[in-house]
Design a binder for this molecule. Structure first.
Ligand code: PLP
Length: 378
């Protein structure tokens, strides 16, 4: 590996120039792909060369061969899915993240990434109205505490042979199934509860479902600002019902948790802080590059127990204040940069302005999808 700095310069310069051309012409270029699948395949599917190429040639080739297949989703004329562009500070920090190439898994291997992570988590909790005592992570994974309470050591024993878990769901997104499969809970254990006319779970329906199987380990999955209906569950009414039955309450706040940043709209989230865990992401409202998702858990010890790397990794020096590595990743400096560039007031203005625009345009009053319609991805 040539770490001679001049060796990087030509390739980085081609990337820099190409990125600028892309961003500066985005608003005048066609939004959809203009190249066909066969064109892209024929350009990109070259035989693997026997000899290496100059780095700048590799980057130049990449730019040329992908032309017509880069969708203008980062621009203002893209109205398909909820994907967006990244703001300048986040994009620039993303480049630096690649250049620094940190193993951000623990303090010893990247002290600045560890501290940027701490700071980004604290700021996010502040903006989103999540209790300061909650833990945070940049991956999803909020389920483990439930089984511990049933006397099952899930860290040690896994889910095989564990008491069954069921998920009582409000209006849920298609990604929930994927998460449930990944966790090994199994889709068959998700129960879609009957919703009211505003696509919200009701205390009566939830109470009936919980009473019908009082011994089942249950996760109640609530919604904040569903993609299709915009619905927010009535947290004040339903969370106490779930808690009375010993359930774990998780809030999918991919879209709506950000309303907490707006004094005008945070009433939609009244009572949400009483949940046990929350998830949202940064690539929608915060406009950071993909991938960027956040989970918060009210019981840090349970979260830490599930996600820590354990003693075998701790031959590497752990900082006494940050402890063993857990839940770490490489995008914290960019997230911190994005939050910093935005600042509290701009975040509040941004979220509030966009929500107001969506109300005025009627987007907030879209009809509910017909019963039984497939759940959509982003
Ligand atoms: C309600 C809801 N939950 C979860 C997701 C998945 O979020 P991500 O794209 O961060 O994986 C989405 C995406 O649109 C969503 O709308």
């Amino acid at each position: 590996m040539d770490h001679n700095a001049p060796a990087f310069k030509p390739a980085l310069q081609v990337a820099f120039q190409s990125a600028l051309v892309h961003l500066e012409t985005l608003e005048n270029q066609p939004v959809p792909a203009t190249a066909s699948l066969s064109e892209l395949r024929s350009r990109l599917a070259k035989p693997l060369n026997d000899h290496g190429l100059d780095p700048q040639e590799v980057v130049r080739d990449l730019v040329r061969d992908t032309q017509g297949g880069i969708v203008g989703s980062a621009g203002g004329r893209f109205f398909a899915w909820a994907v967006g562009g990244s703001v300048p500070a986040a994009l620039a920090a993303d480049w630096l993240t690649s250049a620094w190439d940190q193993n951000a898994g623990l303090y010893a291997s990247s002290p600045s990434a560890a501290v940027a992570e701490e700071v980004a988590g604290v700021w996010l909790k502040d903006l989103l109205g999540i209790p300061a005592s909650a833990s945070f992570a940049f991956v999803s994974g909020c389920q483990m505490a439930l089984l511990q309470e049933r006397g099952w050591d899930v860290e040690r024993n896994g889910l095989c042979g564990a008491p069954p878990i069921r998920v009582l769901a409000s209006n849920r997104h298609g990604s929930v199934e994927r998460a449930i499969r990944l966790l090994g809970i199994g889709e068959a254990n998700v129960v879609d509860l009957e919703l009211d006319d505003n696509a919200r779970i009701t205390p009566a329906v939830l109470s009936a479902a919980l009473t019908a199987a009082p011994d089942a380990a249950t996760i109640v999955l609530l919604q904040a600002g569903d993609l299709n209906s915009g619905s927010f569950d009535d947290y004040r009414a339903v969370i106490p019902v779930a808690k009375r039955h010993g359930s774990w309450v998780h809030v999918d706040g991919a879209f709506g948790l950000w309303a907490a940043a707006s004094p005008r709209y945070r009433h939609f989230l009244d009572g949400v802080a009483e949940a046990d865990s929350w998830a949202t992401d940064g690539h929608k409202w915060l406009n950071v590059p993909y991938d960027s998702g956040y989970a918060f858990v009210i019981r840090p010890e349970a979260h830490r127990a599930a996600m820590s790397a354990g003693p075998r990794l701790c031959h590497l020096r752990c900082h006494p204040a940050t402890g063993p590595p857990w839940d770490s990743g490489n995008d914290r400096p960019l997230l911190r940069a994005r939050e910093n560039a935005c600042g509290r007031n701009r975040a509040i203005g941004w979220v509030g302005g966009a929500l107001a625009a969506s109300h005025q345009s009627g987007a907030g009053a879209l009809p509910r999808p017909p019963a039984g319609s497939p759940r959509r991805g982003p």
